[in-house]
Structures are given as structure tokens and as C-alpha cells.
Design a protein around this ligand. Structure first.
Ligand code: CUA
Length: 186
């Protein structure tokens, strides 16, 4: 074997060794990530999981029909409650004040649904048996479409709601104390 060949083989071995270390490091990082997330999830489960019996939604509790829509409590806190079912949302049209912190609470009565509001970051899954909650602020006054975004059956693509974002003063004119309001025509 010539000296040139010997040097070439040595360089190749060095390069392979280097790549072996890089690959080992990548695998180590991936395994460490899996172990960390696994342990983290096991040690710190979600701090609040709210459950509800989907069979009695319409009979008692927070999601009875009279309570669906938007309410304003004595402290001025705005809460929207809605239920998703195949293939509609109740209420179909939701009113909220602009530039106001709004709490949205929703659940589903039959299958997994979900919704996204226009181009906002309001985006949630609605799962039977669980209450989904999020807080957000709608800044764009006007009407936004709210499609169901989880495949929920043959009528999925026809499952749409609407969200009307009103100027706060106009919203307050519509809000009735102790009553849930919506923009569903009566
Ligand atoms: Cu409800 Cu898709």
C-alpha cells in the first residue's frame, strides 16, 4: 500500500468517525426530547381539565339552551358559551364586543368538532365530555365566518357559524343583564 493510499484511507476514516458522532448526537437529542416530554407530561398533567356529561347537556348545567350565547356578568366579564353538534353550532351566530377580553367556553354533544373564527387566532377543538375554554380579544369589527374544522361526518363541510364583532357600545346596547344574547334572528 502506498503512502498516498494510506493517507486517503485515514482521512476517510476520520470523516466517517466525525459523521458517526454527529448522527449519534442527533439521536441522543431526539431520545432526550422524548424522555423529557414523556416525564414532563406524566409529572405535570394539564392543570385544569373540565369534564361534562354530553348526554345531559340540554337538561341541566352551564350548556342548557337559555345559557348559550354571550353573557356579561356583574363585573363586566364577557363569556360566550356554545355547543357543537352534527352539523351546526348553537347559537349559529355569536356576538362579541371588539377589543374586549372574551372567555369562550364550548363543548360538543355527539362527535368531535372544532372551529376557527375568520383570520383570528381563535381556534379550538370541541370534544364530547370536555369543556374547551380560551380567552381572546377580537379586534376586527365586522362579521367573521366560523367553520367547523374537524371532520365530523357527511355534513361537515356545511357546518358553519358566524361571529359578529360589534363596537363595545353597540354590544352593550344589545346585552341584557342576566341573559345570553346572540345574533340569531328570532
Ligand atoms: Cu362539525 Cu366538522
Amino acid at each position: 500500500m502506498s503512502a498516498v493510499h494510506g493517507a486517503g484511507a485515514q482521512a476517510a476514516e476520520l470523516a466517517e468517525r466525525r459523521w458517526a458522532w454527529i448522527v449519534a448526537a442527533i439521536i441522543l437529542v431526539l431520545v432526550a426530547t422524548m424522555v423529557f416530554t414523556g416525564v414532563h407530561w406524566a409529572a405535570m398533567p394539564s392543570s385544569r381539565v373540565e369534564v361534562i356529561d354530553p348526554r345531559t347537556l340540554h337538561m341541566r348545567g352551564e350548556f342548557v339552551e337559555d345559557n348559550l350565547g354571550t353573557t356579561v356578568d356583574a363585573q363586566g366579564q364577557v363569556t360566550v358559551r356554545l355547543v357543537a353538534q352534527q352539523y351546526s353550532f348553537t347559537p349559529q351566530c355569536i356576538v362579541v364586543p371588539a377589543d374586549t377580553m372574551v372567555t369562550v367556553r364550548g363543548t360538543a354533544s355527539d362527535a368531535i368538532h372544532g372551529f376557527v373564527v375568520g383570520r383570528t387566532n381563535a381556534n379550538v377543538m370541541l370534544v364530547p365530555g370536555f369543556i374547551s375554554t380560551f380567552r381572546t380579544r377580537f379586534t376586527q369589527v365586522g362579521e367573521h365566518l366560523m367553520p367547523c374544522h374537524e371532520y365530523c361526518g357527511t355534513g361537515h363541510e356545511g357546518m358553519w357559524g358566524r361571529v359578529q364583532v360589534l363596537e363595545p357600545a353597540e354590544f352593550l346596547r344589545r346585552a341584557e343583564p342576566g341573559k345570553a344574547v346572540s345574533c340569531v334572528p328570532r
